[in-house]
Design a protein around this ligand. Structure first.
Ligand SMILES: C[S@@+](CC[C@H](N)C(=O)[O-])C[C@H]1O[C@@H](n2cnc3c(N)ncnc32)[C@H](O)[C@@H]1O
Length: 167
């Protein structure tokens, strides 16, 4: 995903084990705020960041559905919603991403493809399609930038959305 360059900061909604956190932290210039509700995920992600000697990863145990991200309005330039939009209230998450992004900031979405052969992932009944993710994001105010072919993950799709500079 196109996350090179953010300087103000990045927020990752649901960092899990840090599979994306660590590579993203190597690419960005500012802090990456990695949030997860599960203390085991927080510990695992923190261990990965420590092993990689990364000092720009700020990990926090937090329920972003109940509490939001805790970041100020228009304060970061990239948000990562990777494998998370099957949760309840996806538009609430997208509204929160919109709130914290600077105008022109980017939202990266990755999710499992809507394919019953895909290994792992949530049940197909709650797995959103790219079109659904795009519609939800547009409801939150984002503009579609592009779809991403993810050469690394054939069972996943990617979307890049942008917070418009003026509305
Ligand atoms: C399917 S995993 C995806 C992890 C990571 N983004 C990835 O793609 O490898 C979803 C993560 O979101 C976290 N999560 C679920 N609901 C959450 C909430 N309300 N607040 C914070 N984290 C949450 C889970 O604990 C889990 O680690």
């Amino acid at each position: 995903m196109d996350c090179a360059g953010p300087r103000k900061g990045v927020v990752e909604f649901g960092c899990g084990y840090g599979i994306f956190t660590v590579p993203a932290a190597r690419l960005v210039q500012g802090p990456i705020f990695a949030l997860d509700i599960d203390p085991n995920m927080v510990s695992a992600c923190a261990a990965k960041a420590r092993e990689s000697r990364l000092t720009n990863v700020k990990i926090e145990q937090r329920d972003f559905l109940a509490q939001g991200t805790g970041r100020p309005d228009s304060s970061v330039d990239y948000t990562m919603l990777f494998n998370i939009l099957h949760l309840e209230h996806p538009v609430d998450l997208l509204n929160e991403a919109y709130r914290i992004l600077v105008p022109g900031g980017k939202l990266g979405i990755i999710h499992w493809k809507h394919d019953q052969n895909a290994p792992r992932g949530p049940s197909l009944s709650i797995r959103p399609t790219p079109e659904q993710c795009r519609t939800w994001s547009e409801q939150a105010g984002f503009e579609f930038s592009r779809s991403e072919e993810l050469c690394c993950c054939s069972w996943h799709y990617g979307l890049m959305m942008t917070k418009p500079v003026s509305r």
